[in-house]
Design a protein. Structure first.
Length: 457
């Protein structure tokens, strides 16, 4: 149970039933749930209240009465979105001893958030004391759901904070106040809403603006925006401003090598040397793991090496660089289909170049939300593809067509309008011994290509 009937009655001044969980998608509703009917751009959750209740939801938050639905199952509100916010703030207020880590950044924030949770929850006697926000629930809807459903005995809450516009993160830290903030990286994402990457850095730095100064913040050292972020943190009254990366960072990488599908890393945190390895092939994992160990160390006080010992059992989630071995076909499939921007795309292409004894195939979809320089970002990837020795490239989408047209003829596999058509072309070309990287913005549905290739085994 996450909210008792007395608590819901107190929040909304209406008679209610106890609920076990919260959902906003009627297909996800299960017995004991509270369904929140939200109005979206394409759909209206009020049209699915009956389905949610049929699936087991015991209550629905709604902005109107629904014909045929028992009024006792409806919590009537003026705004369903505000009601969700009320639930989140109420639950956070009932968890006064919880310390929060807020993670944001243009890329790497989900992996960083999940890594911190992994290494903390695997410490002795901490399995049920660490909470992590679900999947990529980092928005004005997703984060309140996670905040509202967090168990109240949580010692450390790890929350991802995303944004599409300036001011978004400021709204999120009004729900919960991070004790520690981590910015993974600043680069060109959501450019349709910003004039420059500097504007993105400003918007990300909103995470520092809590009502009371945070215990510490962790920012990337090897970034054009390091000094700016440090200044913004100082203006927010934060005294402990730490960096991660290389050279003179508080947490720095000393050495790393790629061996048998994992990175062997030697690093140093506050002068203490640590060694660990992390599964995966993308270079970004090296620095994501370092900032995660660093953040976990600061919030928990657990020794860095003890935390680092847990990194080896972490697996990247599907769509975020997971390596899939098709043993019967001797094919390596890298599932990076969840999202893409120029920086993450270049990093992924560089990472696949390590497979020197295999034919390297890219299957790419459009990179979306890049603003006025969208065409340039796509066309310019051809230089990266040449630099890192990619053999064949398949693309789908109108923007990725600009990349395809810019490739040398010997590297052109096929271009299609969508991922379903492209999957068929890839199947015609793929051979035993290949290494295939699939990547693109989430709405391009590149996961369909991943699923088709996986079925080869």
């Amino acid at each position: 149970m996450i909210f008792s009937k007395d608590e819901l009655s107190e929040i909304f001044n209406q008679t209610a039933e106890s609920v076990n969980d919260i959902c906003v998608n009627s297909n996800d509703a299960k017995i004991g749930d509270l369904f929140v009917a939200l109005k979206g751009k394409k759909t209206d959750g009020h049209n699915f209240i009956e389905q949610a209740i049929d699936n087991g939801a015991v209550l629905a938050i709604s902005e109107k009465n629904i014909p045929g639905i028992d009024a006792r199952k409806i919590i009537l509100v003026e705004s369903s979105e505000y009601a969700l916010l009320q639930l989140a703030k109420y639950n956070i207020a009932k968890s006064p001893h919880t310390k929060y880590v807020g993670v944001t950044g243009s890329v790497g924030k989900t992996t960083t958030k999940d890594l911190i949770f992994h290494i903390l929850s695997n410490q002795r006697n901490m399995q049920n004391q660490v909470y992590v926000s679900r999947k990529n629930f980092n928005s004005q809807i997703g984060l309140p759901i996670c905040a509202a459903t967090m168990p109240r005995n949580t010692k450390f809450g790890i929350f991802e904070m995303g944004m599409s516009n300036s001011g978004d993160i400021k709204k999120l830290i009004d729900i919960l106040q991070p004790s520690i903030s981590i910015i993974s990286q600043i680069c060109e994402t959501h450019m349709e809403s910003f004039n420059s990457v500097w504007d993105i850095a400003r918007a990300k730095s909103e995470i520092f603006e809590t009502k009371n100064p945070q215990e510490a913040v962790i920012i990337p050292q090897d970034s054009p925006y390091t000094d700016f972020l440090r200044q913004r943190a100082m203006e927010s009254g934060i005294k402990n401003i730490f960096t991660f990366g290389s050279k003179n960072s508080d947490a720095r990488i000393i050495e790393y090598n790629y061996v048998n599908s994992h990175w062997e890393v030697i690093a140093e945190i506050f002068g203490e040397k640590i060694a660990y390895h992390i599964r995966g092939n993308n270079n970004s994992l090296i620095y994501n793991s370092l900032s995660s160990i660093f953040g976990a160390n600061i919030i928990s006080g657990i020794a860095p090496q003890k935390l680092a010992d847990q990194v080896c059992s972490f697996d990247s989630s599907s769509g975020r660089g997971a390596i899939i071995y098709l043993k019967n076909k001797d094919i390596i499939l890298i599932d990076d289909a969840y999202n893409a921007c120029p920086t993450s795309m270049r990093s992924a292409i560089q990472s696949i170049s390590k497979y020197k004894d295999r034919r390297k195939i890219l299957v790419l979809g459009d990179m979306l939300a890049l603003g006025k320089d969208t065409v340039f970002y796509h066309e310019n990837l051809s230089a990266t593809i040449d630099k890192f020795g990619i053999d064949i490239v398949f693309t789908c989408g109108s923007l990725a067509k600009r990349l395809f047209n810019n490739l040398r003829d010997c590297k052109k596999g096929a271009w299609c309008e969508n991922s379903a058509q492209l999957a068929e072309k890839v199947l015609e070309e793929i051979q035993n011994g290949d290494c295939v990287l699939v990547k693109g913005s989430n709405s391009m549905k590149m996961n369909h290509v991943v699923d088709v290739i996986k079925n080869l085994d």
